[in-house]
Write a protein that binds this ligand. Sequence first.
Ligand code: PLP
Length: 398
Amino acid sequence: MVSEAMRQLGAQGNPMRVLFEYGKQREAIVGPENVFDFALGNPSVPPPARVNEVIREIVNGPRADAIHAYTSAAGDLEVRRTIAGSLNRRFQAGCRGEDLFLTAGAAPALCACLKGLCCPGDQFMVITPYFTEYRIFIEGAGAETVEVPAAEGTFLLDIPAIEAALTPRIKGIVINSPNNPSGVVYPRKNLKELGALLRRKGREFGAPIYLISDEPYREVVYDGVEVPWVPHCYENTLVCYSYSKAISLPGERIGYVLVPPSMEEHDAVYQAVAGAGRCTGHINAPSLFQQVAAACDGMVSDLTAYTVNRNLLYNSLTEMGFTCVKPEGTFYLMMKSPEPDAAAFSQRAKELDLLFPDTGSFSCPGYVRIAYCVPTSRVEQSLPRFRQLAEQYGLQGK
Ligand code: PLP
């Protein structure tokens, strides 16, 4: 007998991955050039050249033995101090190596925070649309998920809606900016308003309301848009970061939790994160990539292709008559379904071998998400299919 809840999770699979697997099968039948897979956020641009040089230097260097060894559970202290130094230079974070807990990417960082914070009966708030796995991570930590929609039209934080949903049972909120799937970046004013609300409500309830800021796309932004340092807007923020997207290392599995010095009961929160890691089998983040992260923190892959793709897709799709949210960051574009049932729209696109999921699994019906982290040639070649789709819906192109 197995856990029925876990069996179901394993059997379902994530809808993006299901589509991606379908794409592979379809490619075998009609040829890869005829399938346009916009399902997964798998970066297509290579890591900065320096990343590979650093790997070579470490592998051939005097401490090569250490790259295979266990490190401290929280990560090598020198590595953490180097990353903290980079955060202090770039964001005036005022943090120490001892405030960082290195993880195998943002997903385990989120799980460690949630499991470390949640007590029986707690709830955690998420803002719709949100990364599909949050609900699974929250429920895995024994808490309940409370959904609050983002502001209509802008997809920013809707402060009055958040206030209306806050109760003493809400242990914290997960936010994600730049946002997957909307591509929106929360401006400083919006974050400061959230901080002021959480501070006021925390005082009223007699317990801090924690903010988990999930930031795997922190550096993936366009037109120089500012991504504010969230702990400067609210002191009780835990930052979850990943090197998966900005330097294109999703398979290497490296990221961190930062518990900033401003956190109330800092040491207890940090220990709870570490304890939750222990409880889920974390031993240490991959040793080699801890060192790579230290040497490469703050670097960004060449985002030219994503910028070109964003402009090409946004301009072409809106010209065809589709309604899109213009992404300020990430490599996702949200497009409104021209029929009320976005799953049916996604299915119709699939019949043209255009693969993108509807945003029902992001708890935001009525849209689809197009992951444009693909070579620009693929976006160019897909446009006639999008035009065909627009024609099927009788959209009025310009
Ligand atoms: N959070 C968001 C919003 C994501 O989009 C992703 C991955 O796509 C993750 C977390 C997980 O990232 P990682 O690869 O670092 O575990």
